[in-house]
Design a protein around this ligand. Structure first.
Ligand code: CMC
Length: 428
């Protein structure tokens, strides 16, 4: 295959290099396009635009393949742990025993947050959505660790920020929930593993003894692994773009949390359960909702279906569907919403509209069902996604910085009014 792509414009021919990645995907490098032709490219939603070269996650949407640093998601979900995967994503290799122990020890050591954070938390109305609270508390870390505002920090200083983020995120997430339900916050318990500690901070009450169920902790760990990275999606691109302005790592991650919140991105897991509940309340007629989703005059979309990149089964959805069956079985939960989900999936996969558009269930279709079985309330689903995605955001932020990437600043084609004279108010 040629190393160059040719463009003919206005009778002139231009050549641009073709860049090939390690899995043979190719891209036209248009860095010199505007300089040589005066043209820019126009690609709303970045459907055909690569923003970076990255060595973190490989995704083949046609084949349904997902790998972190070369390791298959299926293997990591089955054999690894969330903190091991976090290390892999951030530092590029699986840790050996002592690297893993040090990393875990450091994270466990930093779980406590400054007492003044509680004052910020108390300022939020009790019905605040936990995603808004979480992003605010993460951003507030810039005030507690102002050194993070300095652009050219040493590797050691950055590693400390990374450890703080992974350590404190479960504390903030659990506290955001406690604020919502009006319960006193729980402090971290450093005797516990990452997920059991989070569950305890979230569910323990002063009046009762609480021990995290190992089935629940292990299912949560798996879900976090499945969400840990997904290359240049909306929230990750947000983290990289905000970070490219040399904003603090805490501010960059906080921005990513806000991008994740939307129902077309991470917020879909909450929307899926709300949709399944609505179908159940409406008599359980899956076909009726399938027809609504196909009707171009109806804004309704089948939540948890379709993906910008996957035009095949989302491999994470396959793992989660199996895990949902196992977890519900182990916990003895019988959720009628699971039956509706299965019926809807079957109907959609056999429907020409969904077949033609290659719309398959995505990661969010079944994750909400497991979260529900684990006792996690609906409005916390996207917070769980954020907890999982954190190492991916960090790894991508770190890579962007190490690559010395320039500030992210897209161009536009202006279609507004041409120059005109100012008209004073009394003449309008
Ligand atoms: N229900 C009904 N029709 C759909 C759906 C859906 N869920 N998703 C896409 N379509 C149709 C869409 O109407 C369009 O049809 P047509 O070609 O006739 O105009 C076609 O499929 C292509 O859709 P698109 O909106 O151009 O595709 P996109 O790549 O811009 O959007 C998406 C991807 C995920 C935003 C979209 O599929 C969607 O809104 N899905 C529901 C929300 C959801 O589950 N989001 C979670 C994504 S996975 C978690 C994550 O990583 O964020």
């Amino acid at each position: 295959m040629s190393d160059n792509a040719k463009l003919i414009y206005d009778g002139q021919e231009y050549e641009f290099p073709v860049v090939t990645g390690s899995e043979n995907e190719s891209a036209i490098d248009i860095a010199k396009l505007r300089g040589s032709t005066g043209l820019i490219t126009l690609d709303p939603g970045f459907k055909n635009t690569g923003s970076t070269s990255s060595a973190i996650t490989f995704l083949d949407g046609e084949e349904g393949i997902l790998r972190y640093r070369g390791y298959r998601i299926e293997d990591l979900a089955e054999k690894s742990s969330f903190l091991e995967v976090a290390y892999l994503l951030i530092y590029g290799e699986l840790p050996n025993q002592s690297e893993y122990e040090n990393f875990t020890k450091e994270i466990t050591h930093h779980t406590l947050v400054h007492e003044d954070i509680k004052k910020i938390l108390e300022g939020f109305p009790s019905n605040s959505h936990p995603m808004g609270v979480l992003s605010s508390l993460i951003c507030a870390l810039t005030a507690f660790y102002p050194d993070s505002l300095v652009p050219n920090r040493s590797e050691e200083e950055i590693n400390l920020s990374i450890v703080r983020l992974i350590a404190k995120m479960p504390t903030f997430a659990a506290w955001a929930y406690k604020n919502e339900v009006g319960h006193p916050v729980n402090y971290p318990d450093n005797q516990l593993d990452y997920c059991s500690n989070f569950l305890k901070m979230m569910f323990a009450l002063p009046a009762e003894k609480y021990d995290a169920d190992p089935v629940v902790a292990s299912a949560l760990d798996k879900l976090l692994i499945l969400h840990a990275d997904h290359e240049q999606n909306c929230s990750t691109s947000t983290v990289r773009v905000v970070g490219s302005s040399q904003a603090s790592i805490y501010a960059s991650i906080s921005a990513g949390i806000n991008a994740l919140w939307g129902p077309l991105h991470g917020g879909a897991n909450q929307s899926v359960i709300e949709m399944l509940e609505a179908i159940k309340a409406d008599g359980g007629d899956a076909k009726k909702y399938l027809d609504k989703a196909k009707d171009k005059n109806d804004p309704f979309r089948l939540m948890g279906f379709g993906h910008r990149v996957y035009k095949n089964f989302d491999p994470r959805a396959k793992i989660i569907k199996k895990a949902a069956d196992e977890v519900l079985g182990k916990l003895g939960v019988n959720d009628p919403v699971l039956d509706i989900a299965k019926e809807l999936e079957y109907a959609a996969l056999n429907d020409q509209y969904f077949i033609d558009r290659k719309l398959y269930p995505n990661v969010d279709f079944y994750s909400g069902i497991i979260y529900r079985a684990l006792g996690i309330p609906t409005e916390m689903f996207t917070v769980m996604f954020a907890l999982g995605r954190l190492p991916g955001w960090i790894a991508q932020w770190k890579e962007m910085r190490e690559n010395g990437e320039p500030i992210g600043r897209p161009r536009q084609v202006y279609v507004g009014a041409n120059e005109r004279e100012y008209v004073s108010m009394n003449k309008r």
